[in-house]
Design a protein around this ligand. Structure first.
Ligand SMILES: N=C(N)NCCC[C@H](NC(=O)CCC(=O)O)C(=O)O
Length: 442
């Protein structure tokens, strides 16, 4: 039988990448408001990470960015005239709205959707639900476009099922795979799906953060599990610790990550830690050894975790069977986190290697290595049903670097978003990318 693999679909950073401080509760986004961005460096940092993972023998692909600015949203909000007139009017009247429709936030493809492999769904198909990202306006406009993009890439109806984003509004706030982890003994085996939520929208008495928003609701996670036809005995809904949301853990992937038979998390990640570990162990069963690597506050504080993004790392299985942890440069710069990582790889767990990547352009907006990728688990037949040229290899990586050199600016500040040339540049970049990947993107 041919092998089922996990493919990382990283988001390509779009040409309008900027720092507008749009994400309340995301400390990096709030702290870097108005900083000058370098979109070309941003996209290339992502490409370097993708290529390095490909070279490590890990299947790697990319998702094109969504076209920004999103003029259609502005028209829906009553701005009219030519595209240039629309942009000019909104720049004068509402610069925050202008920043929202220009955000390159689709780069964080962990938030693009929740996907379930065919091994886990009752109908034996691969399911996708694009996230509605209801909590932040600039992100809430992504859902329909993301859904359309996923349908183009995962087009073969014999294998792939697409569900519309959940209804908008805070009750069904859904942030996709950033609050979802799948544990499994191998990628082709039936998995254990963990959905972590920040609040129960219809139960005012349930614990919830006090300062910052809980972006994922229990109701949304339950809806996804129903839509994806998941086995109830292999699906857990886990409350996040609301206190850590108030310390900047706006998604669970800022404090926990899982892969294969490893769950790596901070001891304060969950509201009921002991109960949660027990539930996971029970549902996992005893076929194979499960590793729950808990990091104590004495080893790494929540503050250090949020600043370094230790848990927003990627845990990947190498061809040798060992795992590697892919961390951002900020982990290397933090002595406590770095000491922890050095000790971790000597311990009796599958995690044996650490690799550091500079993804600072994205990190300044609160997006680490794990935010930048959507994991898609596919059998060989499902993988070969994808026609689009979105898989990283030596040829396409060169094309993508040249494309970035041709179409991306090296400096972009929030005040530049009013420049009508930026829209034209973005359009040209999108058309050229469409040619590279053999997909109509405009
Ligand atoms: N943790 C995961 N999976 N994703 C990170 C998303 C970061 C993103 N930042 C932003 O949208 C900042 C945009 C700005 O401020 O310009 C967000 O908060 O939704």
């Amino acid at each position: 039988m041919s092998k089922t693999v996990e493919i990382n679909f990283d988001g390509l950073v779009g040409p309008t990448h900027n720092y507008a401080g749009l994400s309340w509760g995301n400390v990096a986004s709030m702290g870097n408001k108005q900083a000058v961005a370098n979109p070309r460096e941003a996209v290339k940092q992502g490409l370097e990470k993708m290529y390095a993972l490909h070279k490590l023998g890990i299947p790697q692909a990319f998702l094109p960015p969504l076209l920004r600015p999103h003029i259609e949203t502005l028209r829906r909000l009553g701005y009219s005239g030519t595209d240039a007139q629309v942009l000019n009017k909104v720049a004068k009247r509402d610069p925050v709205l202008l920043a929202c429709v220009n955000s390159a936030s689709s780069m964080w493809t962990a938030n693009a959707c929740t996907m379930s492999p065919s091994a886990d769904s009752a109908d034996g198909k691969v399911h996708f639900t694009a996230a509605n990202l209801a909590n932040r306006f600039h992100r809430s406009i992504e859902g329909p476009q993301t859904s359309a993009l996923l349908k183009k890439i995962f087009a073969d109806e014999r294998y792939f099922v697409h569900h519309d984003p959940l209804p908008l509004g805070e009750h069904f706030g859904d942030e996709g795979a950033a609050n979802h982890t799948r544990l499994c003994s191998n990628y082709g085996a039936k998995g254990l799906q963990l959905f972590v939520y920040g609040k129960e929208a219809f139960n005012q008495n349930a614990p919830a953060p006090k300062k910052y928003p809980a972006r994922q609701t229990k109701e949304a996670s339950e809806a996804i599990a129903r839509l994806h036809q998941l086995d109830e005995t292999r699906t857990l809904f886990i409350p996040q610790n609301p206190d850590v949301i108030d310390q900047g853990v706006f998604h669970n992937d800022v404090i926990a990550v899982g892969n294969g038979n490893v769950l790596f998390c901070h001891e304060q990640a969950f509201l009921h830690p002991k109960q949660t570990y027990e539930q996971i162990k029970r549902a996992w069963g005893d076929n194979d050894k499960l590793f729950i690597i808990r990091v104590s506050g004495a080893e790494v504080s929540v503050e250090d975790a949020v600043r370094s993004y230790l848990f927003n790392s990627q845990l990947v299985t190498l061809p040798s069977g060992d795992m590697a942890i892919i961390v951002p440069g900020e982990c290397h710069q933090n002595p406590r986190v770095w000491n922890y990582l050095q000790a971790l790889i000597t311990r009796d767990t599958p995690v044996k290697n650490v690799h550091v990547f500079d993804v600072k352009q994205s990190m300044r907006n609160g997006g680490g290595p794990a935010c930048l990728r959507q994991r898609v688990v596919l059998s060989a037949a499902e993988r070969s049903a994808i026609q689009a040229k979105v898989f990283i290899d030596d040829h396409i990586i060169g094309q993508l670097h040249a494309w970035a050199d041709n179409h991306y600016r090296e400096q972009l500040s929030v005040s530049d978003l009013a420049d009508p040339e930026l829209f034209k540049e973005s359009l040209r970049a999108q058309e050229a990318l469409g040619e590279i990947c053999g997909l109509p993107l405009v």
